[in-house]
Design a binder for this molecule. Structure first.
Ligand code: ZN
Length: 274
């Protein structure tokens, strides 16, 4: 098995500072968070950014500052969100890609998301994918339900190709695919043979999903975006602590964690392009 790539989704767009006082908001916060997470075993930072008041934003300057902060303090691969908050407009969601991060997330379908709808009709997905490829950005296909795998296959075939395919299963969002015990096994069985994948369970299913992914040769996403509590009423203490939990789970199963350089190799990223 490849060494384990741990992606930290450290900010997200849903959590408030009241819910999570340790949420990284400023570039200085992100720099510190990235360095701590790298030391704990992470190799990818899935980035959302906030404005000065802590509200989620797709402002391109804020993404530029966040990416610079992470790159200055760590060797982590920076992966931009292209989902934003579920209420963000299409043009706002695509704008930060012009900064040319190494990776960006790409959700390949529309799905209910709590009481909201995460809106990703085919023209939007095709537009985002085409722009990512023009800019040399490797997409991470975010899979909230099985149909999104089929759509990712079609888009790869019809609108691009020629890059490594990596998928991330996001399980347990209310309205999307639950973190059923057999969900990870089922989804991975429908991926292309040469693909890699990671998984994250939102909320209390997190550790079970992470363990399954570690044992099946997949990779793991963690962080405040996905995990609020680590026990009854016990807030996740830091993103690095969440990364360390995954590193420990992997170590107990004899699976070393990947360095950022190893992750670039596994994900088919061109280190020279950084
Ligand atoms: Zn995200």
């Amino acid at each position: 098995m490849d060494p384990l790539i741990i992606t930290v989704a450290g900010v997200g767009a849903e959590l408030t500072l009241e819910q999570q006082p340790n949420l990284p908001l400023t570039p200085a916060d992100l720099a510190r968070d990235a360095a701590e997470c790298e030391a704990a075993g992470a190799s990818v930072y899935h980035l959302h950014v906030r404005d000065a008041d802590g509200r989620p934003t797709m402002d391109i300057e804020a993404f530029a500052a966040g990416m610079s902060a992470i790159r200055d303090s760590s060797d982590l691969i920076v992966q931009f969100t292209s989902g934003g908050a579920v209420t963000d407009a299409e043009d706002a969601r695509i704008a930060p890609l012009e900064l040319g991060p190494e990776m960006a997330s790409l959700t390949t379908g529309t799905v209910n998301f709590g009481r909201d709808v995460f809106w990703n009709p085919p023209p939007l997905v095709e537009r985002f994918y085409a722009r990512m490829r023009e800019l040399g950005i490797v997409p991470e296909f975010e899979i909230f339900e099985p149909g999104m795998i089929e759509t990712a296959d079609r888009i790869y075939r019809d609108h691009g190709g020629g890059h490594h395919r990596h998928y991330d299963f996001v399980l347990g969002v209310p309205g999307a695919m639950p973190a059923w015990p057999d969900a990870v096994q089922f989804l991975r069985s429908h991926l292309p043979d040469d693909a890699t994948w990671s998984a994250t369970g939102v909320g209390r299913a997190h550790d079970a999903v992470a363990t399954t992914a570690i044992e099946l040769g997949g990779h793991v996403r963690t962080g405040f975006e996905d995990v609020r509590y680590v026990g009854p009423g016990e807030l996740a203490p830091s993103n690095a602590a969440l990364v360390q939990r995954v590193t420990t789970l992997a170590g107990e199963r004899g699976r070393p964690v990947a360095t950022p350089a190893q992750a670039r190799e596994i994900l088919g990223l061109d280190a020279k392009a950084r």
